[in-house]
Design a binder for this molecule. Structure first.
Ligand code: UD1
Ligand code: UDP
Length: 395
């Protein structure tokens, strides 16, 4: 029996690993699979586990409020030691570039357990952007034995770093598998999700164009986030034709500027996380929400006119639904979207964000060029490919 321990801890890892977990569990006669979550994220991880019906075999439950990188790294390594010594799998599978990913790969390496890396080979070549993810994924690239690259460009990055070609497979990105699963569900039950958002959050969509916003990058904390919030405020104050919907990440470093700049004096003291809808006099609608479950988030992406984000995964997903993405970063590890014209980098300059949003609102040709571009990130079969490859590797 091929024994695998799959380790993840944050929302995006859970979304992107869920299709792999589900496919492996379908092959129960061929694989013995244990799921270990670090719970680097608590609430945002649990939302995903519940949706995909993934029940962890181990839960390190290590999140603390406003944790720092030292806390997470140490607690993941220490927390995984006993677990991996007890399980002694043939392979540990990790995903992407979080601190859970890096520390889990390191823990496996210390115990001489081979590591498989899903979403391998993404690079900006800028040490501090995104921080700490660029270095996390490079370190995992060194620790891993098997590399599942989502695109040919990611494979080429690994080859250039000396990873042997026979240890790299181009599989597509598993986020497209997850997105297709949930988008199908959401499309079947359009009214259910619209009612859910109204009942739970008082959010009702009208004919205004929906701009969906997310942001959480550490390198944007401070001036970057301030600029983002100021740009959002300018946009909603000057455009009666838009509805800005912003599910705000639970990180206190994100909640604070949002509360200061976007809630400000307009709404009486709020308990975190923020949640309200406001009609700005002479302007548009602004809704601030807690992080949404993946299904209602996919519903909102499908209803959006454009997406404004600094997220990694959303750069891959939104184009799959035909939605242009403006990326509030200076660099991206996902240049395929730039080449395909599904995403544009707008940085965190207040005026540049406003200019780019207005261009897509007011210039139908610019909008159509992005909305109709082909998504380069996969066909929804990445998890199946990874499972087939794992069967061969572990024989
Ligand atoms: C982490 C990852 C980042 C990934 C992002 C996805 C690292 C260093 N960062 O960043 O790569 O893109 O997740 O969202 O691995 N919090 C809660 N509940 C939650 C989640 C977070 O309260 O469910 C709050 C806590 O106060 C926590 C803080 O957010 O301490 C920061 O969480 P952390 O995982 O350290 O950083 P993220 O910014 O979420
Ligand atoms: N997402 C979600 N609810 C939200 C915001 C995002 O389910 O309120 C999903 C989104 O669709 C994507 C993932 O979370 O699949 C992205 O997570 P995040 O932006 O936190 O991390 P990143 O991808 O930047 O690492």
């Amino acid at each position: 029996m091929r024994k695998i321990v799959i380790i993840f801890g944050t929302r995006p890892e859970a979304i992107k690993m869920a299709p792999v977990v589900l496919r492996l569990k379908e092959e129960a006669e061929a694989f013995q699979v244990k799921v270990a979550v670090t719970a680097q994220h608590r609430q945002m991880l649990d939302q995903v586990l519940e949706l995909f019906n993934v029940v962890p075999d181990y839960d390190l439950d290590l999140m603390t409020p406003d944790q720092d990188l030292f806390d997470i790294t140490v607690r993941v390594i220490k927390g995984l030691k006993d677990l991996l010594e007890k399980e002694r799998p043939q392979l540990v599978l990790v995903h992407g570039d979080t601190t859970t990913t890096f520390a889990a790969a390191l823990a496996a390496f210390y115990l001489h357990i081979p590591v498989g890396h899903v979403e391998a080979g993404l690079r900006t070549r800028d040490k501090y952007r995104p921080f700490p993810e660029e270095i996390n994924r490079r370190l995992v690239g060194s620790l891993a034995d098997y590399h599942f690259a989502p695109t040919p460009w990611a494979r080429d990055n690994l080859l250039a770093e000396g990873v042997p070609a026979e240890n790299i497979w181009v599989t597509g990105n598993t986020v497209i598998d997850a997105l297709q699963m949930i988008a199908t569900l959401v499309a079947r039950e359009d009214k259910t999700w619209s009612d859910f958002l109204t009942e739970r959050y008082g959010l009702t969509l009208d004919s205004r164009r929906l701009i969906l916003v997310t942001g959480h990058r550490r390198e944007n904390f401070g001036p970057g986030f301030r600029n983002i919030c100021l740009a959002l405020r300018d946009l909603v104050e000057t455009r009666p034709d838009i509805h800005l919907v912003y599910p705000v990440h639970l990180n206190p470093r994100v909640q604070e500027p949002v509360r200061d700049i976007l809630v400000g004096t307009r709404v009486a003291t709020q308990q975190a996380p923020v949640s309200f809808t406001l009609e700005v006099a002479g302007g548009g609608l602004l809704s601030l929400l807690p992080p949404l479950d993946y299904a209602p988030f996919v519903y909102l992406m499908s209803k959006s006119y454009l997406v404004l984000t600094d997220s990694g995964g959303i750069q891959e997903e939104a184009p799959g639904l035909g939605k242009p993405v403006l990326v509030m970063r200076e660099v991206t590890e996902r240049p395929e979207g730039l080449w395909a014209n599904t995403v544009k980098l707008v940085g965190t300059d207040r005026l540049e964000i406003i200019r780019a949003v207005r261009e897509l609102l007011d210039n139908p040709a610019s909008y159509q060029a992005m909305a109709q571009a082909q998504n380069p990130y996969g066909d929804g079969q990445a998890a199946s490919r990874i499972v087939q490859i794992l069967a061969k590797i572990l024989d």
